[in-house]
Design a protein around this ligand. Structure first.
Ligand SMILES: CC(=O)N[C@H]1[C@@H](OP(=O)(O)OP(=O)(O)OC[C@H]2O[C@@H](n3ccc(=O)[nH]c3=O)[C@H](O)[C@@H]2O)O[C@H](CO)[C@@H](O)[C@@H]1O
Ligand SMILES: C=C(OP(=O)(O)O)C(=O)O
Length: 435
C-alpha cells in the first residue's frame, strides 16, 4: 500500500488543468464494443480505473493503440467470446465499477454477457437492479448466481420497449442506452440519468450512427439501428476534479486558476461552493479562485442553517460532498451535509475530528459541520483513505493542516486522480509518495 506524506500549511499558487472525466471515459470505453469500426477517443486520463478497463478491453481482443499522450484508438472487430467466460475476466471485472457497463454493449452485439459483481468504492449498498430490469424489458434473460456473485445475461434478439426506471442510475442508464441502440424498434427510457457524461455518451453513439433523441433530458427516445460505425470523441474535463480544486484553493487560502473547465457542464457545482461563501469567477472557460482568508457559509433566506445535499443531475453530485464537507470545516458558520445516495461515505469524518475539526456525525447520511473560521488550524494526522473522494478530501485537509500528515492506501486516490502529487507540487504543495 503506497502512502502520501504531506507537509501542510503552504499556500498554493498558479494554474491547473483538470484531467478528462473518469466517469465519462468508463462509459465511452465500453461503447467501443458496439462496433467493429475504429473509435478514437482523446483526453483519456491516465488513472487506475481507466487503465484497468483499457487492459480488460485488450484482453477481450479489442485492438487498442495509443496515438498520443491521451489519445487511443479502439477496434472491436475480433472479440474473444470465450475469454468472457474465463475466471480471469471475472476477476478483472470485479476490480472496478465501470466494468458493469460492458454488459449492455456485449448483450447488444454478441447476445450474451457474464460479469462478476463490479468493484469500485465501498460506500454502502450499490444495487444493480435498474440495469438488469432495463435489459429484461428489452428482452434479455438474466440470472444471478449469488454464491459466486456472477450475473449472466443472454438475449437472442433485443426489442425496443418503453420503461420507467425505478431510479435515475447513471451506469444503469448508460447500460440500457448501449443495449437499446442496437435493439429492433423504439425504446423510451423515462427517469433516465441525464448528467453531462450520459449526454456525451449519447452524442458519441449518434456520431456512430445511433438515433437517440431527448439528450440532456430524463426522457430518452432511441430508435434502434442494425449496426454502428467508428467515430472520434473527446472526453469532457472531470467536474469532480474541478470541484476538488475549488475546495482545495479555498481551504488552503490560495489563488488558483482552473483552466478549461467546460463551465456550462458544471451545473450547480460552482454555486454549491459559493453557498459556502467561496468566491470564484468564471473567466472565459476558466475558473479563478482568489485568495480568501475567510469565507462564510450562507444561511437559507429564512435564516435557517444551510443544507448541502446530493441529488441526481441536475442536482449536486454525491461525489463532491466529501470535499464540500472538508472545506466547510474552515468556513465561518454551520452547514448540514446530507449524503442521501450512499450510506457509508461519511465515516471518514472521524479522521477530520482527530485533526481538530468540529463535526457531528448525526447518522450515516448526515453530518453537521461547525466551521472554525480558521480560528484554529487542523493538525496533521495519520490516516487511511477509505474511498476515492474521501481520499482527496483528506488530502485537501492535510494540505491546509499544521504539520505533517500521512495518508495510506492512496491507490484509492490514484483510481481517479492523475499524477495528483506532481500536479499539486507544481502549485507549491509539499507531497511525497512513499511506495
Ligand atoms: C463509474 C461511475 O460512473 N460511478 C458514478 C455512478 O455510479 P453508479 O451508476 O453506480 O450510481 P447510481 O447512479 O446507480 O446510484 C448511486 C446511488 O444513488 C442511489 N440513487 C440513485 C439515483 C436515484 O435517483 N436515487 C438514488 O437514491 C442509488 O440507489 C445508489 O445507491 O453514479 C454515482 C451517482 O452519481 C456516482 O457516485 C459514481 O461516481
Ligand atoms: C464512487 C465513485 O466511483 P466508482 O463508482 O467507480 O466507485 C466516484 O467516482 O466517486
Amino acid at each position: 500500500m503506497a502512502s502520501f506524506v504531506i507537509e501542510g500549511g503552504h499556500r498554493l499558487h498558479g494554474e491547473i488543468v483538470p484531467q478528462g472525466a473518469k466517469n465519462e471515459v468508463l462509459q465511452v470505453l465500453c461503447a467501443t464494443l458496439l462496433t467493429n469500426g475504429e473509435v478514437t477517443i482523446s483526453n483519456i486520463p491516465n488513472i487506475l480505473d481507466v487503465n484497468n478497463l483499457i487492459q480488460l478491453l485488450r484482453d477481450m481482443g479489442v485492438k487498442v493503440a495509443k496515438q498520443g499522450v491521451d489519445t487511443y484508438t479502439f477496434q472491436a472487430d475480433e472479440v474473444n467470446l470465450s475469454y468472457l467466460e474465463s475466471e480471469e475476466f471475472l476477476t478483472r471485472c470485479s476490480k472496478l465499477r465501470g466494468s458493469v457497463m460492458l454488459v449492455g454493449p456485449m448483450v447488444a452485439r454478441f447476445g450474451q454477457a457474464m460479469i462478476a459483481k463490479p468493484g469500485g468504492d465501498k460506500i454502502g449498498r450499490r444495487r444493480l437492479d435498474t440495469h438488469f430490469f432495463g435489459l429484461q424489458k428489452l428482452g434479455a434473460a438474466f440470472d444471478y448466481n449469488a454464491a459466486e456473485s456472477i450475473f449472466k445475461i443472454s438475449a437472442t434478439h433485443l426489442k425496443g420497449a418503453s420503461m420507467l426506471l425505478d431510479e435515475a442510475s447513471v451506469t444503469g442508464t448508460a447500460n440500457i442506452i448501449m443495449a437499446a441502440v442496437l435493439a429492433e424498434g423504439t425504446t423510451t427510457i423515462y427517469n433516465a440519468a441525464c448528467e453531462p457524461y450520459i449526454q456525451q455518451l449519447c452524442r458519441m453513439l449518434n456520431r456512430m450512427g445511433a438515433r437517440i433523441s431527448g439528450i440532456a433530458s430524463n426522457l430518452l427516445t432511441i430508435e434502434g439501428v442494425k449496426e454502428l460505425k467508428g467515430c472520434t470523441h473527446r472526453i469532457l474535463p472531470d467536474m469532480i476534479e474541478v470541484g476538488s480544486f475549488i475546495g482545495m484553493a479555498a481551504m488552503t487560502g490560495s489563488e488558483i486558476t482552473i483552466k478549461n473547465v467546460s463551465y456550462d457542464n458544471l451545473g450547480i457545482i460552482p454555486d454549491s461552493f459559493r453557498r459556502l461563501g467561496i468566491r470564484l469567477e468564471q473567466r472565459g472557460d476558466d475558473i479563478f479562485v482568489p485568495r480568501q482568508d475567510h469565507y462564510e457559509i450562507e444561511s437559507f433566506i429564512d435564516g435557517s442553517i444551510m443544507t448541502i445535499a446530493d441529488a441526481p443531475w441536475p442536482g449536486l453530485t454525491p461525489d463532491l460532498l466529501s470535499v464540500i464537507l472538508v472545506v466547510a470545516t474552515q468556513a465561518k458558520g454551520s452547514v448540514l451535509i446530507h449524503q442521501k445516495m450512499f450510506e457509508s461515505r461519511l465515516f471518514f469524518v472521524d479522521k477530520l475530528i482527530d485533526m481538530g475539526a468540529q463535526i457531528i456525525l448525526c447518522d450515516p447520511h448526515r453530518a453537521v459541520v461547525i466551521g472554525h473560521d480558521r480560528n484554529f488550524r487542523l493538525r496533521g494526522g495519520n490516516m487511511t483513505s477509505p474511498d476515492i473522494r474521501a481520499g482527496i478530501a483528506l488530502l485537501i485537509a492535510a494540505l491546509s493542516a499544521d504539520g505533517i500528515s500521512r495518508i495510506h492506501n492512496i491507490e484509492q486516490i490514484d483510481r481517479g486522480y492523475q499524477n495528483i502529487e506532481q500536479r499539486l507540487t507544481a502549485l507549491g504543495a509539499r507531497i511525497t509518495r512513499i511506495e
